[in-house]
Ligand binder design. Structure first.
Ligand code: 5RP
Length: 228
Protein backbone atom coordinates (compact mmCIF):
# COMPACT_ATOMS: atom_id res chain seq x y z
CA UNK A 1 0.00 0.00 0.00
CA UNK A 2 1.38 3.47 -0.90
CA UNK A 3 1.98 6.13 1.76
CA UNK A 4 -0.99 8.09 0.53
CA UNK A 5 -3.21 5.01 0.69
CA UNK A 6 -2.02 4.30 4.27
CA UNK A 7 -3.15 7.84 5.20
CA UNK A 8 -6.52 7.34 3.49
CA UNK A 9 -6.96 4.10 5.43
CA UNK A 10 -6.13 5.84 8.72
CA UNK A 11 -8.79 8.51 8.06
CA UNK A 12 -11.38 5.98 6.88
CA UNK A 13 -10.87 3.73 9.91
CA UNK A 14 -11.07 6.66 12.34
CA UNK A 15 -14.34 7.85 10.75
CA UNK A 16 -15.79 4.35 11.04
CA UNK A 17 -15.47 4.63 14.84
CA UNK A 18 -18.12 7.38 14.73
CA UNK A 19 -20.79 4.95 13.47
CA UNK A 20 -22.98 3.57 16.26
CA UNK A 21 -25.20 0.52 16.55
CA UNK A 22 -28.68 1.10 15.10
CA UNK A 23 -27.70 4.00 12.87
CA UNK A 24 -28.57 4.68 9.26
CA UNK A 25 -25.41 5.64 7.41
CA UNK A 26 -24.50 7.28 4.10
CA UNK A 27 -21.44 5.79 2.42
CA UNK A 28 -19.35 7.87 0.02
CA UNK A 29 -17.36 6.97 -3.06
CA UNK A 30 -13.65 6.87 -3.85
CA UNK A 31 -10.36 5.43 -2.67
CA UNK A 32 -10.68 6.87 0.87
CA UNK A 33 -14.32 5.89 1.35
CA UNK A 34 -13.36 2.36 0.26
CA UNK A 35 -11.38 1.92 3.48
CA UNK A 36 -14.33 3.13 5.54
CA UNK A 37 -16.61 0.60 3.83
CA UNK A 38 -14.11 -2.24 4.39
CA UNK A 39 -13.84 -1.38 8.08
CA UNK A 40 -17.60 -1.03 8.48
CA UNK A 41 -18.06 -4.55 7.08
CA UNK A 42 -15.52 -5.85 9.62
CA UNK A 43 -17.37 -4.09 12.46
CA UNK A 44 -20.75 -5.45 11.33
CA UNK A 45 -19.44 -8.99 11.42
CA UNK A 46 -17.15 -8.73 14.48
CA UNK A 47 -19.39 -6.60 16.73
CA UNK A 48 -22.77 -7.74 15.39
CA UNK A 49 -23.40 -4.08 14.59
CA UNK A 50 -26.86 -3.33 13.20
CA UNK A 51 -26.62 -0.55 10.64
CA UNK A 52 -28.42 0.21 7.43
CA UNK A 53 -26.54 2.03 4.69
CA UNK A 54 -27.28 4.03 1.58
CA UNK A 55 -24.70 4.17 -1.18
CA UNK A 56 -23.62 7.11 -3.35
CA UNK A 57 -22.55 5.15 -6.45
CA UNK A 58 -22.57 1.83 -8.23
CA UNK A 59 -18.96 1.45 -7.18
CA UNK A 60 -19.85 1.61 -3.47
CA UNK A 61 -23.04 -0.43 -3.94
CA UNK A 62 -21.09 -3.32 -5.44
CA UNK A 63 -18.52 -3.15 -2.62
CA UNK A 64 -21.31 -3.20 0.01
CA UNK A 65 -23.02 -6.16 -1.66
CA UNK A 66 -19.73 -8.06 -1.82
CA UNK A 67 -19.05 -7.42 1.88
CA UNK A 68 -22.59 -8.04 3.14
CA UNK A 69 -23.41 -4.47 4.26
CA UNK A 70 -27.23 -4.05 4.33
CA UNK A 71 -28.32 -1.39 1.83
CA UNK A 72 -31.46 0.71 1.56
CA UNK A 73 -32.52 2.25 -1.73
CA UNK A 74 -31.57 5.94 -1.72
CA UNK A 75 -35.07 6.97 -2.79
CA UNK A 76 -36.62 5.30 0.29
CA UNK A 77 -34.65 7.47 2.73
CA UNK A 78 -34.92 11.10 3.80
CA UNK A 79 -32.83 11.14 6.99
CA UNK A 80 -29.44 9.69 7.90
CA UNK A 81 -27.68 9.73 11.26
CA UNK A 82 -24.30 10.16 9.65
CA UNK A 83 -22.72 10.22 6.19
CA UNK A 84 -19.01 9.80 5.54
CA UNK A 85 -17.26 10.60 2.26
CA UNK A 86 -14.00 11.70 0.66
CA UNK A 87 -13.22 15.02 -1.05
CA UNK A 88 -10.88 16.44 -3.68
CA UNK A 89 -10.28 19.81 -2.00
CA UNK A 90 -11.10 21.04 1.52
CA UNK A 91 -10.72 24.62 2.76
CA UNK A 92 -10.41 25.79 6.36
CA UNK A 93 -14.17 26.47 6.55
CA UNK A 94 -14.86 22.82 5.53
CA UNK A 95 -16.11 23.87 2.09
CA UNK A 96 -15.31 21.19 -0.47
CA UNK A 97 -14.81 20.31 -4.10
CA UNK A 98 -16.01 16.79 -4.82
CA UNK A 99 -16.76 14.70 -7.90
CA UNK A 100 -13.49 13.28 -9.25
CA UNK A 101 -15.37 9.97 -9.31
CA UNK A 102 -18.43 11.61 -10.95
CA UNK A 103 -20.60 10.69 -7.96
CA UNK A 104 -21.15 14.23 -6.63
CA UNK A 105 -24.87 14.48 -7.46
CA UNK A 106 -25.81 11.44 -5.37
CA UNK A 107 -23.13 12.31 -2.80
CA UNK A 108 -24.75 15.71 -2.26
CA UNK A 109 -28.23 14.19 -1.88
CA UNK A 110 -26.82 11.84 0.77
CA UNK A 111 -24.93 14.66 2.50
CA UNK A 112 -28.09 16.77 2.68
CA UNK A 113 -29.93 13.98 4.56
CA UNK A 114 -27.31 13.50 7.24
CA UNK A 115 -27.20 14.94 10.77
CA UNK A 116 -23.39 14.61 10.66
CA UNK A 117 -21.45 14.84 7.42
CA UNK A 118 -17.90 13.67 7.94
CA UNK A 119 -15.14 14.09 5.36
CA UNK A 120 -12.14 11.76 5.28
CA UNK A 121 -8.98 12.61 3.35
CA UNK A 122 -5.23 12.60 3.30
CA UNK A 123 -3.37 15.85 3.84
CA UNK A 124 -2.93 16.59 0.12
CA UNK A 125 -6.63 17.57 -0.06
CA UNK A 126 -6.31 20.61 2.22
CA UNK A 127 -6.11 23.90 0.26
CA UNK A 128 -6.03 27.60 1.11
CA UNK A 129 -8.45 28.44 -1.71
CA UNK A 130 -10.92 26.08 -3.42
CA UNK A 131 -10.15 25.63 -7.10
CA UNK A 132 -6.37 25.77 -6.53
CA UNK A 133 -5.89 22.33 -8.06
CA UNK A 134 -9.21 20.81 -9.09
CA UNK A 135 -11.90 21.79 -11.54
CA UNK A 136 -15.50 21.86 -10.31
CA UNK A 137 -17.30 18.80 -11.70
CA UNK A 138 -20.82 19.39 -13.02
CA UNK A 139 -23.45 16.78 -13.80
CA UNK A 140 -25.32 17.97 -16.87
CA UNK A 141 -28.48 16.80 -18.62
CA UNK A 142 -27.19 15.82 -22.11
CA UNK A 143 -29.70 18.14 -23.83
CA UNK A 144 -28.39 21.09 -21.80
CA UNK A 145 -24.69 20.67 -22.64
CA UNK A 146 -24.65 23.64 -25.05
CA UNK A 147 -26.40 26.00 -22.64
CA UNK A 148 -24.35 24.91 -19.62
CA UNK A 149 -21.06 25.26 -21.53
CA UNK A 150 -21.95 28.78 -22.61
CA UNK A 151 -23.19 29.93 -19.16
CA UNK A 152 -20.27 28.42 -17.24
CA UNK A 153 -17.75 29.96 -19.67
CA UNK A 154 -19.40 33.34 -19.05
CA UNK A 155 -18.80 32.79 -15.31
CA UNK A 156 -15.06 32.36 -16.04
CA UNK A 157 -14.88 28.57 -16.06
CA UNK A 158 -12.84 26.61 -18.59
CA UNK A 159 -15.18 23.82 -19.55
CA UNK A 160 -14.18 20.30 -20.63
CA UNK A 161 -16.55 17.36 -21.12
CA UNK A 162 -15.04 14.48 -19.15
CA UNK A 163 -14.03 11.56 -21.36
CA UNK A 164 -13.96 7.88 -20.46
CA UNK A 165 -10.73 6.13 -19.55
CA UNK A 166 -9.64 3.04 -21.48
CA UNK A 167 -12.64 0.73 -21.52
CA UNK A 168 -15.16 3.43 -22.54
CA UNK A 169 -14.91 5.52 -25.70
CA UNK A 170 -16.66 8.88 -25.66
CA UNK A 171 -17.86 10.84 -22.64
CA UNK A 172 -18.19 9.63 -19.07
CA UNK A 173 -21.85 8.93 -18.33
CA UNK A 174 -22.81 9.29 -14.66
CA UNK A 175 -24.64 6.63 -12.63
CA UNK A 176 -27.81 8.67 -13.32
CA UNK A 177 -27.22 8.77 -17.10
CA UNK A 178 -25.89 12.32 -17.50
CA UNK A 179 -22.74 13.99 -18.85
CA UNK A 180 -19.93 15.14 -16.56
CA UNK A 181 -18.29 18.48 -17.29
CA UNK A 182 -15.19 19.76 -15.49
CA UNK A 183 -15.19 23.54 -15.03
CA UNK A 184 -11.79 24.96 -14.06
CA UNK A 185 -11.81 28.29 -12.26
CA UNK A 186 -8.56 30.00 -11.33
CA UNK A 187 -9.32 29.95 -7.60
CA UNK A 188 -12.79 30.37 -6.10
CA UNK A 189 -12.74 33.28 -3.62
CA UNK A 190 -16.49 33.16 -2.97
CA UNK A 191 -17.76 29.53 -3.08
CA UNK A 192 -21.40 30.35 -2.05
CA UNK A 193 -21.68 32.93 -4.85
CA UNK A 194 -20.34 30.54 -7.51
CA UNK A 195 -22.58 27.75 -6.16
CA UNK A 196 -25.65 29.97 -6.52
CA UNK A 197 -24.66 31.01 -10.05
CA UNK A 198 -24.18 27.38 -11.13
CA UNK A 199 -27.50 26.36 -9.56
CA UNK A 200 -29.31 28.99 -11.64
CA UNK A 201 -28.40 27.26 -14.94
CA UNK A 202 -31.22 25.04 -16.28
CA UNK A 203 -30.01 21.49 -16.97
CA UNK A 204 -27.05 21.79 -14.56
CA UNK A 205 -28.22 18.98 -12.26
CA UNK A 206 -25.47 19.01 -9.67
CA UNK A 207 -22.12 20.68 -9.02
CA UNK A 208 -19.18 19.56 -6.95
CA UNK A 209 -19.00 22.62 -4.67
CA UNK A 210 -20.19 21.51 -1.23
CA UNK A 211 -20.61 24.74 0.72
CA UNK A 212 -21.22 24.63 4.49
CA UNK A 213 -22.26 20.97 4.39
CA UNK A 214 -19.42 19.14 6.13
CA UNK A 215 -19.68 19.13 9.93
CA UNK A 216 -16.36 17.37 10.61
CA UNK A 217 -13.15 16.76 8.64
CA UNK A 218 -10.72 13.95 9.45
CA UNK A 219 -7.41 14.65 7.73
CA UNK A 220 -4.64 12.05 7.91
CA UNK A 221 -1.16 13.63 7.89
CA UNK A 222 2.33 12.20 8.19
CA UNK A 223 2.22 13.38 11.84
CA UNK A 224 -1.13 11.79 12.65
CA UNK A 225 -4.79 12.71 12.45
CA UNK A 226 -6.02 16.32 12.39
CA UNK A 227 -9.74 16.91 12.95
CA UNK A 228 -11.63 20.16 12.48
C1 5RP B 1 -16.25 10.96 -5.94
C2 5RP B 1 -15.72 11.90 -4.91
C3 5RP B 1 -14.65 11.37 -4.02
O1 5RP B 1 -15.14 11.35 -2.72
C4 5RP B 1 -13.45 12.28 -4.12
O2 5RP B 1 -13.07 12.32 -5.46
C5 5RP B 1 -12.30 11.75 -3.27
O3 5RP B 1 -11.84 10.54 -3.79
P1 5RP B 1 -10.54 9.82 -3.23
O4 5RP B 1 -10.85 9.45 -1.81
O5 5RP B 1 -10.36 8.63 -4.14
O6 5RP B 1 -9.40 10.78 -3.33
O7 5RP B 1 -16.13 13.02 -4.77
O8 5RP B 1 -17.20 11.60 -6.75
Amino acid sequence: MSNSDELKKLAGYRACELIQDGQTVGLGTGSTATHLVNRLAERIHQENLHVQAVSTSWSTTLQCRRLGIPLLDLGEVSHLDIAIDGADEIDCARNLIKGRGAAHLLEKIVAAMADRYVIVADETKKVALLGEKFAVPLEVLPSAIGLVTSKVSALGGQVVVRMGAPGKDGPVISDSGNLIVDAKFLGIPNPPELARALESIPGMLGHGLFVAMATHVILATANGLVEF
